[in-house]
Design a protein. Structure first.
Length: 535
């Protein structure tokens, strides 16, 4: 692997030179900007019906979310590297400006195609915000002190997941769906003011060439992969030429990317990071945890609507206890790590609690009540809470000087990739179990139905309609068929939770290989390599 040797640059220890007041202002600005990016993943969902009514183009509807997801994931490693080279402040400011521009343009979009293009622009800005935001605490606080603040970042994501759907519905009903995007502008202006007036460059001082070839190949690998995973499989099957071609392009681009990165003087994704055992373990664990976490939240509403029998709004509110449990788990684990000076035991314990939560969810049957689901979700949330803040803290603690941003972005990138893969795979599980359970159940009750009713029932349409979160649809079905559908959804979603628990167990096994490196009492300076014990 080719490397460029540079003299250690002048280093500013922001952790020791900035006042507590300035740090608080900077942290507030970063958290507000991160909240914007996280909120836009959830606030748009409740506005989609109004968007369709206004702009039409229902066939393109999925791309309103997919475009944002693909752009915000693909660009994360790129911004992580750029923030190491040019400072967090420059990248955060760029991200805010691009994100707010995209938001304003989304608000004035006249067609569905325009909205999708502007959502992609939003995603490009959001990637800069998320990748840089998680790295900022590494500049402001020494690792031994940083633990107490990392939990705030998990809390922001949790808060956005609760507020987003309700705020989106409120703005759409009282003003217009366009205000779902306009609301970002005044909030973003507050973040922009704090960053411009209070945030120093937070730069490592390194000046290395940008790896343009690696950047383009990384995007060429990630974008087709995510598109292949997220395309509607009812339209584009896994074996369709388009999906197979996308995966093939992703594979070829990945090989070329690795070839280029091994020879690049300043790679966009420094492969030597994976030679550090801590970062390698964190990356693998992030994939498993990302997939498990998305399994926990993405399919919950299906269970609540189709099995418990609540409305779509009530199903969304079931996420509130999970969210607060995640916040409690994140904050408590961060404080424990600061007090104990040890992170491995806290991470392993949290993973074990999450596994228990998944097992309890996997054992649910059609007779469960809303409370039965809620207390299980609370246990799961407490276990999942430590994942994001502590994985970030551990990766940063092991990162060499000048590569904290890249290490942070790598952790985030692999968790987002894991989430995308998890949703895709769990979606296949859901479809397969629903089909087999409904067919078997319908055969059992067919003799109890009049011939005319048997001929009118289309199981595929029943599954699609019920899965869409419209509990009233089941009233049009005979009681025997309603019970078949209810049981089928219970079997499908609990199967997903069982597989998510297995993924969490895999993450726990990976974490057992995590080295216990003492948390640094100061931020890293320029030096020859990773901290002792990191590899």
């Amino acid at each position: 692997m080719s490397t460029t040797v540079v003299s250690p640059p002048p280093h500013v220890d922001y952790a020791s030179t900035l006042s507590a007041r300035t740090k608080a202002y900077v942290l507030a600005g970063v958290l507000v900007s991160l909240f914007l990016a996280a909120l836009d993943q959830t606030i748009v969902a409740t506005a989609l019906p109004a968007i369709i009514a206004d702009l039409a183009g229902i066939r393109l509807l999925a791309w309103v979310s997919t475009g944002y997801l693909v752009a915000s994931t693909a660009m994360v490693p790129v911004y992580g590297k750029l923030s190491d080279l040019y400072g967090r402040r420059a990248i955060v400011l760029f991200g805010i400006l691009v994100f707010l521009t995209g938001s304003a343009l989304c608000g004035v979009a006249a067609t569905m195609l325009q909205l999708i293009v502007f959502r992609v622009l939003q995603g490009i800005g959001a990637a800069a915000l998320t990748s840089s935001a998680f790295a900022v605490p590494a500049d402001l606080y020494a690792p031994v002190e940083r633990a107490r603040y990392q939990g705030l970042f998990g809390a922001v994501f949790a808060l956005s997941s609760v507020i987003g759907p309700y705020l989106g519905g409120f703005l759409t009903d009282t003003l217009s769906w366009r205000w779902v995007f306009y609301v970002n502008v005044p909030v973003g202006a507050v973040a922009l003011l704090l960053i411009v007036t209070k945030m120093p460059p937070l730069s490592s001082g390194l000046r290395l060439p940008i790896d343009w070839a690696g950047t383009l190949l990384l995007i060429a690998a990630v974008v087709p992969l995510l598109l292949g995973l997220t395309l509607d499989k009812a339209v584009f099957a896994w074996s369709s030429p388009l999906v197979v071609g996308l995966f093939g392009l992703a594979a070829v681009s990945t090989v070329l990317f690795l070839f280029v990165e091994f020879r690049a003087p300043s790679p966009v994704l420094p492969l030597e990071l994976f030679g550090i055992r801590t970062i390698a373990v964190v990356s693998v664990a992030s994939v498993f945890m990302g997939a498990a976490f998305m399994g926990a939240i993405f399919f919950l509403s299906l269970f609540m609507v189709n099995v418990v029998g609540v409305s779509a709004t009530a199903a969304g509110s079931t996420l509130i206890p999970l969210t607060f449990a995640v916040v409690i788990g994140a904050m408590t684990s961060s404080l424990l790590v600061q007090r104990l000076g040890r992170y491995k035991v806290v991470m392993v314990a949290g993973s074990a609690v999450a596994i228990v939560g998944f097992i309890l969810l996997a054992r649910m049957d059609p007779s469960v009540t809303r409370w039965d689901v809620t207390w299980r979700m609370i246990i799961l949330g407490v276990g999942l809470g430590p994942a994001m803040p502590l994985l970030t803290l551990v990766a940063q603690n092991a990162a060499p000087f000048g590569k904290v941003g890249a290490a942070t972005a790598t952790r985030q990138f692999f968790m987002q990739i894991g989430g995308a893969v998890g949703i895709a795979v769990f979606g296949v599980v859901l479809s397969g179990v629903l089909a087999s359970e409904m067919q078997a159940g319908f055969r059992r009750v067919a003799s109890q139905l009049p011939p005319a009713v048997r001929q009118q029932i289309d199981l595929q349409r029943v599954a699609a309609g019920r899965g869409g979160g419209t509990p009233g649809a089941r009233l049009d079905l005979p009681p025997q068929v309603r019970e078949v559908v209810r049981t089928a959804f219970a079997s499908a979603v609990t199967r997903i939770y069982a597989y998510a628990g297995a993924l969490m167990a895999a993450a726990l096994l990976v974490l057992l290989a995590l080295p216990e490196i003492p948390l640094r009492a100061a931020t890293p300076r320029a030096g020859p390599g990773p901290p002792a014990g990191a590899d």
